[in-house]
Design a protein around this ligand. Structure first.
Ligand SMILES: Nc1ncnc2c1ncn2[C@@H]1O[C@H](COP(=O)(O)OP(=O)(O)OP(=O)(O)O)[C@@H](O)[C@H]1O
Length: 266
């Protein structure tokens, strides 16, 4: 899947405030890209625009082409088609994606039934496979559990399994590990990267944390105040940033990293 964003501007209805200001970037099939920036820099609204999911209070202008289809101004039907089958999303808090009253097995079965038309034994086998693919243990017991009966890390794995059920060409992940503790965070990042590579799936990975992004993507955009202030290969951004704001982000990530390894917090 290719994504081509040109001069995307997102404006708050009423005030006319530009929360995203004429940004352009593109993504080749299977490419993994990060969007980095502090809170309020416009990362989340950019990903919502890619999915055609902006709230009514925000208006997009410019162009977003997904495999050539224009997302801005597209009909509901076109958007549903692109979102459900070809673009999947996972968010910071997996609980929002998981209906608390539905057992894990059924949560994963639902998109498989809807998008792939699977039934009966075939469906059960596909659910088992989906759970195993995200490295969830004891899949039989887990299928019968409700979301609140499993850990936060396991919930995010279930959300990933649901997102991948229809074999999307692109995964949009908005701070998917922020709510998890550091060890679980590393495991989930590893899982996301492996699944992308195995399935040739593209990734748009949003995070305020440059260290997290650097483990997952090959290229990144740095956003500040709705604009892209730096872009390039992730190694270059981490090791030789040219923008002052990026330098600050890298500096604070490094200071935290050092404090954690030496046990010193200044
Ligand atoms: N529905 C909305 N109506 C008006 N303004 C909004 C709306 N949603 C977001 N904004 C504003 O758009 C700007 C960008 O928000 P966005 O959520 O994209 O930032 P972010 O970089 O993802 O930050 P965070 O990591 O905190 O989510 C912010 O100033 C925010 O207040």
């Amino acid at each position: 899947m290719t994504i081509e964003v040109e001069d995307l501007t997102i404006t708050v209805a009423g005030s006319g405030k530009r929360v995203v200001d004429a940004i352009s970037f593109s993504l080749d099939p299977g490419e993994r890209i990060g969007i980095i920036g502090e809170s309020g820099s416009g990362k989340s609204v950019t990903t919502l625009a890619l999915l055609g999911l902006l709230p009514r209070s925000l208006t997009a202008s410019g162009s977003i082409r997904v495999d050539g289809t224009q997302i801005i101004g597209a009909s509901k039907k076109q958007l549903l088609e692109i979102r459900g089958r070809r673009m999947a999303k996972i968010f910071q808090d997996p609980s929002t994606a998981l209906d608390p009253l539905t057992r894990v097995g059924e949560l994963i079965a639902e998109p498989l039934r809807r998008h792939q038309g699977l039934r009966g034994h075939e469906l059960n086998a596909a659910v088992e496979r989906a759970l195993a693919e995200v490295a969830l243990p004891d899949t039989e017991r887990l299928s019968r559990a409700f979301p609140h009966e499993i850990s936060g890390g396991q919930r995010q794995r279930v959300a990933i399994a649901m997102a991948l059920a229809c074999r999307p060409a692109m995964l949009i992940a908005d701070e998917p590990t922020t709510a998890l503790d550091v060890t679980v965070q590393a495991e989930i990042l590893d899982l996301i990267r492996r699944l992308c590579v195995d399935h040739g799936m593209g990734l748009v990975f949003v995070s305020h944390d440059i260290a997290v992004v650097s483990q997952t993507v090959s290229r990144a955009l740095v956003m500040q105040g709705g604009q892209i202030v730096e872009r390039g290969p992730i190694d270059q951004i981490v090791h030789a940033p040219t923008d002052l704001y990026t330098l600050r982000l890298v500096g604070s990530a490094r200071a935290l990293d050092e404090a954690l390894t030496t046990g010193r917090v200044s």
